[in-house]
Design a protein. Structure first.
Length: 177
């Protein structure tokens, strides 16, 4: 019987997140994570086979948290879904900074991750339907995602994130669900 691990996968993800938040995504390697966790590289690779696997674990952790803040589109309709999506964006703002950008860019380098992300977007957009309210919701959703992309690319200097989300949300207020 093998030794019981002294550090869990979740512990490693928390430590990895701290590395990204303090030093940036470029500082995250299997070696730096092992050193920060006080274990061997092999100990990290027991939970994450590669840096890609580690990055996917971090992004999946962030997405799981984000998704827990968003209501199900099929139960509330497209307008209220986008309202909850904007609300989740507001609360996740701190996690979406330049340090997270590098992580997202690295995540998208993997074609499987890109395909999974594209499928998620197709699913959301498909569930919105094609009513007048759905078209407004879709436009607001895409504007929110555009703002998110600007943040990832670091092209949002001087952009007041909250005010931009207020403007997008105003589109929805003009078309109540």
């Amino acid at each position: 019987m093998g030794r019981k691990p002294t550090i869990t996968r979740d512990d490693l993800l928390r430590i990895a997140e701290d590395i990204v938040n303090t030093e940036g995504a470029q500082a995250l390697t299997i070696g730096t994570l092992a050193k920060a966790a006080g274990i061997s590289k092999g100990g990290v690779q027991y939970s994450f086979l590669s840096k890609d696997d580690l990055i996917k674990g971090l992004v999946d952790r962030w997405i799981t948290h984000f998704d827990s803040l968003v209501v199900d589109i099929e139960s509330v309709g497209p307008i209220n879904f986008v309202r909850s999506y904007i609300s989740a964006m507001r609360s996740a703002q701190g996690a979406i900074d330049a340090k997270m950008a590098g992580l997202m860019i690295a995540y998208m380098q993997n074609s499987e991750n890109r395909m999974e992300t594209a499928d998620w977007y197709r699913s959301i957009l498909g569930k919105m339907g094609d009513t007048p309210d759905a078209r407004v919701a879709r436009t607001a959703f895409m504007a929110t995602e555009g703002l998110f992309m600007l943040r990832i690319l670091g092209a949002d200097d001087g952009v007041d994130w909250q005010s931009q989300l207020d403007d997008i949300e105003a589109l929805l207020t003009a078309h109540p669900a």
